[in-house]
Design a protein around this ligand. Structure first.
Ligand code: F6P
Length: 543
């Protein structure tokens, strides 16, 4: 029986009915210890979920999903290298990429750790050679710009982490990311670069992805036009599971960094897909990033359900999406360095759990992944927060902030923290008509004006939020944070009975684009297309 069909699920529906009638203000007023009761800490990471619309009883019932969804069984299958990605027949072992102990991690009976360590060693040698200037371009110039060409998981993770760890970057190396098929992305990135001092990292698990292959071919042409064919081997390296295709592209097999089919694209930042990140921050920092993630792995695998951060975070999504009816969740890092985190999490969460078909093939029977969206604070405050405050929709918010600034300019960080905490407080409390009136009376606003403005000055509040407080944004804590979300995704897959590791919806889009390409290129007729698609293509061809 799945968790959704369990008695616990029915009990939760009863709790939710009561929760809808309760206001967070009252929950706080009734329990001065609410923060202590509804917060968890691990390895310096504080998860405050006291502003969620949860009672202790509802939380205790939610925690029962640990057993209903057989989390212990699924964790054991994950760790044993079973093919839990059953539609593609693949194991899910990305945690092996950051494993720190001596225990073997088995895949098909073989320990994967020797090959993991060999690639890490290859990355270390390459990073050191590039940073020291031992690895030079074909003309003998030092490499100063690295351009990663990849998309989806082969782009979002390293790009997000490179920006997140900007305070730790090696000063003389600039790392750029090109993903979009739109030529504007590559063209604008290359416009300021010198071919003699540029290295391309072609990152693709399959080495067949249309966007990446097109951008790689155009980058190759740019380089060859400037430096000749022989320069390719000094200016191109690859990261892939498909080494024969890498060689066909003309990249020296010695300059190819391998990973394996048991690493899903959106979970691959820990593999050699993280090479541009390692080139940006240095291999030692990259390894601290792995160590932070490994600490979160150990916590998730071992902590009891009521102390378990990823499990708790997952329960909050279940509660809000399945029981309180939230359709979306806002991801709001109060950190310019974490600006790309919402985009990274969009792939991690929505590509993993944006699914209807359960493992059994039947309908999941409940709403699954909420729509994830967001923006760095305080920017978002001046854009869309108005709707969260007064738009009338239930939008759970995830605030994330570091206690210490990564770029400590005097006067900035205290204000950033004040804004972050103020938003959580405002969303929780709201402002009643009496409070709004009292404020205006205290400011001597005339009664006629008060009566006119009052409806606009009332805030319903009761908008749930979670705050994740990091001590500081460094490689270790970023590793922890990302692994926290990965395990949350895994947990949700277990509760919703989904395979979180395939992405057939994405494949369908690729299939149709391949069908339309010869039509747009004018090689085939528009026969059999719907009138809208045919009309759009005809209009383009006419121009
Ligand atoms: O978006 C679909 C997807 O398959 C992702 O899962 C993956 O991260 C991305 O395409 C890129 O794939 P590849 O690394 O094979 O180029």
């Amino acid at each position: 029986m799945t968790a959704v069909a369990s008695k616990t699920w029915q009990t939760l529906a009863g709790h939710a009915k009561r929760a809808r009638a309760e206001h967070l203000r009252d929950l706080f007023a009734a329990d001065p210890q609410r923060f202590r009761r509804f917060s968890l800490e691990h390895g310096g990471l504080l998860l405050d979920f006291s502003k969620q619309r949860l009672t202790a009883e509802a939380l205790a019932t939610l925690q029962g999903l640990w057993w209903e969804a057989d989390l212990p069984g699924w964790i054991a299958r994950l760790r044993a290298g079973e093919a839990i990605n059953h539609t593609e027949g693949r194991a899910v072992l990305h945690h092996a990429l950051r494993h720190q102990g001596t225990r073997p991690i088995l895949h098909n009976g073989l320990d994967v750790m020797p090959q993991v360590r060999a690639v890490l060693e290859q990355m270390r040698r390459f990073c050191n050679a590039l940073h020291s200037g031992e690895w030079r371009g074909a003309t003998g110039e030092q490499i100063l710009d690295v351009v990663n060409i990849g998309i989806g998981g082969s782009d979002l993770g390293p790009k997000m982490a490179t920006q997140a760890l900007a305070a730790h970057r090696i000063p003389h190396i600039r790392v750029h990311y090109v993903s979009n098929l739109d030529g504007a992305h590559l063209a604008t990135t290359l416009s300021g670069l010198s071919p003699r001092a540029t290295l391309f990292v072609i990152a693709s698990k399959t080495f067949t992805t249309q966007e990446t292959m097109q951008n790689a071919a155009s980058a190759r042409r740019w380089l060859v036009e400037a430096l000749g064919e022989a320069a390719v081997r000094r200016h191109f390296v690859a990261v892939s599971t498909n080494l024969p295709e890498v060689t066909m592209f003309g990249i020296d097999p010695d300059n190819a960094f391998a990973f394996w089919d048991w690493v899903g694209g959106r979970f691959s930042v820990w593999s050699a897909i993280g090479l541009p990140l390692a080139l940006s921050i240095g291999m030692e920092n990259f390894e601290r990033f792995l160590v932070g993630a490994a600490a979160m792995d150990a916590h998730f695998f071992e902590a009891a359900p009521d102390r378990n951060l990823p499990f708790t975070l997952a329960l909050l999504d279940v509660w809000n999406a399945d029981f309180l009816g939230a359709e979306s969740r806002a991801s709001l890092p109060y950190s310019q360095s974490l600006e790309l985190l919402p985009r990274y999490l969009q792939q991690l969460e929505m590509e993993s759990n944006g699914k209807r078909a359960a493992r059994s093939g039947r309908d999941a029977g409940c709403p699954t992944s909420p729509i994830l969206w967001g923006e760095a604070g305080t920017n978002g405050q001046h854009a869309f927060y108005q709707l969260i405050h007064q738009g009338g929709r239930l939008i759970p918010c995830d605030f994330m902030v570091a206690a210490e600034a990564d770029f400590p300019l005097p006067g900035h960080h205290e204000k950033l923290l004040a804004n972050c905490f103020a938003q959580g407080e405002a969303l929780m409390r709201g402002k009643t008509a009496d409070e709004a009136r009292a404020e205006m009376e205290a400011a001597h606003v005339p009664e006629a004006v008060i009566a006119r403005l009052l409806p606009y000055k009332v805030f319903p509040g009761n908008q749930p939020s979670t705050t994740l407080l990091l001590p500081r944004l460094d490689p270790y804590h970023l590793g922890q944070l990302i692994a926290l979300f990965e395990h949350k995704v895994f947990t949700l897959g277990c509760i919703w009975d989904l395979n979180s590791y395939d992405q057939w919806g994405v494949e369908y889009g690729k299939q149709l684009a391949n069908r339309l390409l010869p039509i747009i290129e004018g090689r085939t007729a528009t026969n059999g297309l719907d009138s809208s698609t045919a009309g759009l293509i005809a209009a383009c061809l006419k121009q």
